[in-house]
Design a protein around this ligand. Structure first.
Ligand code: AMP
Ligand code: MG
Length: 480
């Protein structure tokens, strides 16, 4: 019974400080809900010769390959600013699968039972939130944003106790690794320099081999992680994605989006938008995502201090200089991203004002973020609002700027088409798909996934997927 796994587990060989050896807790009656055939292909896996029953045994963790050591990883994290020792409380890392080109992917079961890191939790996950992670992570991937992916969701056939009894499920998550800022915080908190060096070297080997023999590996690592995280958060700002729970344990060193809990996409533009029911003070609101990224990177930098320099004052000075550079890097990337969204080539000193004028107008007039850029690309959905005289004035200014492009209108439009999605996972459409899936109807979800698979292409009959519902009508809950 093989689907083509090719495991080469290295994290499990690190010392016990880093992990607990543990197997998934078997479940009673697993059944496949959804498999990601496209991802399987990318991973050189083949499901075609295996029965659904056997696949459900594989993706529930009931049958695991012989000769591999499965683990729960240790990590810590600042959750809403408060430091806590955490770890995989309901996840087990099956191992590192080697795909073509020797690419290495973590394969992890989420919802696979208790571990020594479970604290008071039951180690289990519920079908709705796991399917939600599946849908949104796939959407983020097709939007061309780095992310962990979802290979499968199986129902466990067991009920999970939450506010009600809910169907249990296990998600198979695929990531370039699960090393988090929180992993460094955990090891740093143990104050064992050898372990910290091990983690730094392991991470560099795996994600940043180009700095293997540099003079100050830790400082270079900080810079490279900052670069990737800046790029990531700019991508989120580009498509109106709100992660919702940017705790340091939910920030991957690889620069992939990880941990889809109370995340959601913004409809009408409002920088203060928050969907998460537990985010009372808007710590993780749309416009707070860049400063929080910087805050999290500063926590990462603190972990690296003992390795950056033997002299603590020098190390702090070097790390602080690096973190202080965040603003410049972010601003430049953000400005260029917004220029792309508006089809602007080159730099004009008034670009920032032009961009901010549009954002301010959108906020004031409660314009939909995605559909406004669609309108600028001549894709008109609910276009009444764009007759507003202030918008028309702005539009004319924008046209003047476009004419300074030294490029054809076609190229400008192409630039916009590459970065402005026509379709995003609208919150009410996601809810609709999950409600149907809960009643064993997967058609609604499959249709949604199919439309989301081509977010930058014009598709016929998708109006219903493009119309927003008011932001205020929507609240998300932590993925439990
Ligand atoms: P998350 O909110 O998913 O980022 O999880 C934060 C921490 O809580 C991690 O250490 C999780 O492993 C743990 N956790 C979340 N849900 C459960 C659960 N049902 N049982 C055990 N641990 C959990
Ligand atoms: Mg998490």
């Amino acid at each position: 019974m093989t689907i083509g796994w090719h495991f080469d587990n290295t994290y499990s060989k690190l010392s016990n400080t880093f992990k607990e050896e543990i197997k998934p807790t078997p479940v009673h009656n697993p059944a496949v809900v959804i498999l990601n055939d496209n991802l399987a292909k990318d991973l050189n896996l083949d499901f075609s010769n295996i029965s659904k029953k056997d696949l459900s045994e594989i993706f529930s963790g009931n049958k695991i390959p012989k000769d591999i050591t499965t683990i729960a990883q240790a990590y810590a994290g600042h959750q809403f600013g408060h430091f806590t020792m955490l770890g995989d409380g309901r996840a087990v890392l099956l191992g590192e699968h080697i795909a073509s080109n020797n690419k290495r992917f973590d394969v992890q079961f989420k919802g696979s039972g208790r571990t020594s890191f479970s604290r008071t939790g039951d180690g289990r996950a519920v079908l709705g939130p796991m399917l939600r992670e599946y849908i949104i992570s796939e959407a983020i991937h097709t939007l061309k944003i780095p992310t962990t992916r979802s290979l499968a969701v199986v129902k466990t056939g067991e009920k999970v106790v939450r506010e009600n009894l809910l169907p249990g499920a296990i998600l198979t998550r695929v990531a370039s690794s699960h090393i988090r800022v929180g992993t460094f915080q955990y090891i740093a908190a143990k104050q064992n320099l050898d372990d910290l060096n091990t983690l730094v070297n392991y991470t560099i080997d795996r994600h940043y081999p180009e700095i293997k023999s540099s003079n100050n590996k830790a400082l270079d690592l900080l810079n490279l992680v900052m670069e990737r995280q800046c790029k990531l958060v700019v991508d989120w700002m580009r498509v109106g994605f709100i992660h919702g729970v940017m705790n340091t344990d939910n920030m991957a060193i690889s620069g992939e989006t990880i941990d889809y809990g109370p995340c959601a996409f913004m409809n009408q533009y409002d920088p203060k938008t928050v969907f998460s029911s537990i985010d009372k003070f808007g710590r993780y609101s749309f416009s707070n995502q860049p400063p929080i990224t910087k805050w999290n990177l500063a926590r990462f930098a603190e972990c690296l201090i003992p390795i950056i320099n033997k002299d603590e004052d020098t190390a702090i000075k070097l790390a602080t200089e690096t973190i202080d550079n965040f603003q410049n890097i972010y601003e430049e990337k953000w400005l260029n991203m917004m220029r792309d969204k508006l089809g602007l080539y080159g730099n004009d000193k008034n670009d920032k004002k032009l961009i901010n004028d549009l954002l301010n107008w959108m906020q004031k007039n409660k314009a939909d973020y995605t559909n406004t850029f669609c309108y600028l690309m001549n894709i008109k959905i609910n276009d009444q609002i764009y007759k507003d005289e202030h918008f028309v004035k702005w539009y004319n200014e924008w046209q003047k700027r476009i004419s300074k492009n030294n490029n054809s209108k076609e190229r400008s439009l192409k630039l916009m088409n590459n970065v402005n999605p026509i379709i995003i996972p609208r919150n009410h459409k996601v809810e609709e798909a999950l409600a149907a899936a809960n009643e064993d109807n997967l058609e609604v979800m499959n249709k949604l996934l199919s439309i989301l698979s081509k977010p930058y292409e014009k598709q016929v009959d998708i109006q219903d997927y493009q119309l927003p519902l008011n932001n205020k009508d929507y609240q998300t809950f932590c993925g439990t």
